[in-house]
Design a protein around this ligand. Structure first.
Ligand code: FAD
Ligand code: MLT
Ligand code: ZN
Length: 491
C-alpha cells in the first residue's frame, strides 16, 4: 500500500489477519486532518500530549500505550461519521468509556485512535409505565443512579467504580457487581440498544417493550463484546422501584469452609436479599492497614466475612434480625454486626469495596476474576493457597461476590519481590490458576471480560469451535478489523 503524507502503513500497528494492513495515524502529522472533512467541530478532537496521556493508561496502570488522537463525538451521527472514515482508511480505533476496565481492553496498545464516549452523556428520558430509562452511552453510572433516585427508582447494577464507569462500557463488558444475585448483570437490564458498526452503519433498536420476539435478538451480540463488534451509542435500560429500606450486616465466620452453608441459608431465608459479598481475613487486614478510617468492627479476627444486604419495599423487617440471630445461635456465624444507620452501612461496605484500592496501594498484583460453583469455593481457595505457596513473595488475597461464586483472586506482590521479578511470574502463576478453574468447572472471567489480559487463555473457557464462530462474527461485522484490534481474540 502506498504511503500518504502523515500515514504509515503496516507492521507498526500489526497486520490484520484477514484483510491486510491497518493504517497508522502519525501523531507528528496533523492526525485530525483525516477526519476534518467529515466533522468540522473542533471539540471532537484532542491531540496535545497532555490531553492524550490520560487516555493511554488503564485504571490498574498495567496497560499503557500511546494514541495520536482522541475522538470525542457527542452524537450518534458523529460516531457514525468518524467510524465511516476509520473504516474507509483502515484506521484502528479503541472505544473508551470510563476507563475503569480491569483487563486492558480500553486503552490503545498499538498507536490506535481512541474513541471516547464521555461527551455522549445525556439521559434522554424516563418512561414510568415501562419502568425504563433511555441513556447515551457515556452516562456515568452514578449520574444515572442519582437521576433515578429523584424519580423514586433505581438502576439495579451497581459496582465500586460507579463514579467513573459508563453505561456503554458496562454494557460492552456485561458488568456484574454487587447485586447480580437479585437483579442480574447488565445483560438482564438492556431492553434496547443502538450500536454503530465499524463501517458507520447504525443498528438502532431503542426498544422499550418487555415482549418483542421479532427474529434474532441482535443486541445480545454487543452486550459483552468489549468494543470489538461495534460502538454502543444509546441504550434503553430497565429500572426498579427504589427500595424503601436497606438492611446491612457483616458476619464473621470461624472457617472458610462455612461460606457455602451461609450462602444457602441466607438465600433461602431472606426473600429480599440483594447482596452477599465475602472477603477473607487477609483482605480485611489490607483495607484496615491502607485506609486510616477503615476499622474492623469485631473484637476478634475471623477467617471469613460475609456482607449481607436486603433491599425491600417495606420499612424495617424484623425477619432480617431473626435470620442473623438464628445463624449465630446455630454456629453458622461466629459474630455479626448490623448497621444502625446509612453511615454505618457505608462503613461496612467500604471494608469490601475498598479492597481493590487497598491492593493497588500495596504493590503490583496479578488479578484474577473467576467463577466456580459456589459450593466449591472453599476447596478452590485452598488449592490456590497451595499454589501460591510455591511462589515466594506472592500473597493471595481473596474476596468477591459470594452469591455468584465469583472470586476476585489477587496474587499480590510482597515487599521481598522486585517489580520485574514479580511481573515475570505472570504466566507461571496464571496457567496453574486457570487449570484449577477448569478442574472445578469454572470460568476464567466472571464479570471483567477478556480484554487483552486473558485473550490467550480464552481457550480455557471456550471451545475451538466457539472461538472460530466469534472470529467469523467479528469478520462479518468489522471486515477491516479496525475495532479494538487484539482485544478478546488474539491477533
Ligand atoms: P472502559 O474501561 O472504558 O472499557 C471497557 C471495555 O468496553 C473496553 O474493551 C472498551 O473498548 C469497551 N467499551 C467502552 N465503552 C464502549 C462503548 N460505548 N461501545 C463499545 N465498546 C465500549 N466490574 C464488574 O463487572 N463488577 C464489579 O464489581 C466491578 N468493580 C470494580 C471496582 C473498581 C474499583 C474498578 C476500578 C473496576 C471495577 N469493575 C467491576 C470493572 C469495570 O468497572 C467494569 O468493567 C465497567 O463495566 C467498565 O466500564 P467503563 O465505562 O469504565 O469501560
Ligand atoms: C470488585 O468486585 O470489587 C471488583 O470487580 C473489582 C476487583 O476485582 O477488584
Ligand atoms: Zn467484582
Amino acid at each position: 500500500m502506498p504511503e500518504a503524507a502523515g500515514i504509515v502503513t503496516g507492521e507498526a500497528v500489526g497486520v490484520n489477519r484477514y484483510f491486510g494492513s491497518l493504517l497508522k495515524v502519525d501523531k507528528m502529522h496533523d492526525p485530525r486532518s483525516h477526519f476534518e472533512d467529515a466533522i468540522a467541530d473542533p471539540a471532537v478532537f484532542l491531540d496535545t500530549p497532555e490531553e492524550l496521556s490520560r487516555y493511554g493508561r488503564d485504571w490498574t496502570g498495567r496497560f499503557q500505550g500511546e494514541t495520536p488522537l482522541v475522538l470525542r463525538p457527542n452524537s450518534t451521527e458523529q460516531v457514525q461519521a468518524l467510524l465511516a472514515v476509520c473504516h474507509r482508511k483502515g484506521i484502528a480505533v479503541v472505544p473508551q468509556g470510563g476507563n475503569t476496565g480491569l483487563v486492558g481492553g480500553s486503552v490503545p496498545r498499538n498507536g490506535e485512535v481512541v474513541l471516547s464516549l464521555s461527551r455522549l452523556n445525556a439521559i434522554e428520558g424516563f418512561d414510568e409505565p415501562s419502568a425504563s430509562v433511555t441513556v447515551q452511552a457515556g452516562t456515568v453510572l452514578e449520574t444515572l443512579q442519582e437521576f433515578l433516585a429523584g424519580k423514586g427508582q433505581m438502576f439495579p447494577v451497581d459496582l465500586g467504580a460507579r463514579g467513573s464507569c459508563q453505561i456503554g462500557g458496562m454494557i460492552a463488558t456485561n458488568a456484574g457487581g454487587i447485586k447480580v444475585l437479585r437483579y442480574g448483570h447488565m445483560r438482564e437490564q438492556v431492553l434496547g440498544l443502538e450500536v454503530v458498526l465499524a463501517d458507520g452503519t447504525v443498528l438502532s433498536n431503542l426498544n422499550r417493550l418487555r415482549k418483542n420476539n421479532t427474529g434474532l435478538d441482535l443486541k445480545q451480540l454487543f452486550i459483552g463484546s468489549e468494543g470489538i463488534l461495534g460502538v454502543i451509542t444509546r441504550a434503553v435500560l430497565r429500572c426498579q422501584p427504589a427500595p424503601a429500606q436497606r438492611q446491612t450486616a457483616l458476619l464473621g465466620l470461624e472457617r472458610v469452609d462455612m461460606l457455602p452453608a451461609v450462602l444457602m441459608r441466607l438465600r433461602a431465608a431472606l426473600a429480599e436479599l440483594s447482596s452477599l459479598e465475602f472477603f477473607l481475613k487477609g483482605a480485611l487486614e489490607l483495607v484496615c492497614a491502607r485506609f486510616d478510617d477503615a476499622r474492623d468492627p469485631f473484637a476478634q479476627p475471623h477467617a471469613a466475612y460475609v456482607l449481607v444486604e436486603c433491599e425491600s419495599g417495606e420499612p424495617a423487617s424484623v425477619r432480617f434480625h431473626e435470620v442473623l440471630a438464628e445463624a449465630l445461635e446455630d454456629g453458622a456465624a461466629a459474630d455479626a454486626v448490623v448497621a444502625q444507620s446509612g453511615a454505618q452501612a457505608e462503613a461496612l461496605w467500604f471494608l469490601r469495596e475498598g479492597i481493590t484500592e487497598a491492593i493497588s496501594k500495596t504493590g503490583l498484583t496479578h488479578k484474577f476474576d473467576v467463577t466456580v460453583p459456589p459450593g466449591a469455593l472453599p476447596l478452590f481457595m485452598e488449592g490456590i493457597r497451595d499454589l501460591a505457596a510455591r511462589f515466594e513473595g506472592v500473597r493471595p488475597v481473596f474476596y468477591g461476590h459470594l452469591g455468584d461464586g465469583n472470586l476476585h483472586l489477587n496474587m499480590v506482590q510482597g515487599a521481598s519481590l522486585a517489580d520485574a521479578a514479580f511481573r515475570a511470574l505472570e504466566e507461571e502463576i496464571t496457567e496453574p490458576v486457570y487449570a484449577l478453574v477448569v478442574d472445578f468447572e469454572g470460568s476464567i472471567s466472571a464479570e471483567h471480560g477478556i480484554g487483552v489480559l486473558k485473550r490467550k487463555y480464552l481457550g480455557y473457557s471456550r471451545t475451538p469451535d466457539e472461538i472460530a464462530t466469534m472470529r467469523a462474527i467479528k469478520a462479518l461485522l468489522d471486515p477491516r478489523g479496525i475495532l479494538n484490534p487484539g482485544a478478546v481474540l488474539e491477533p
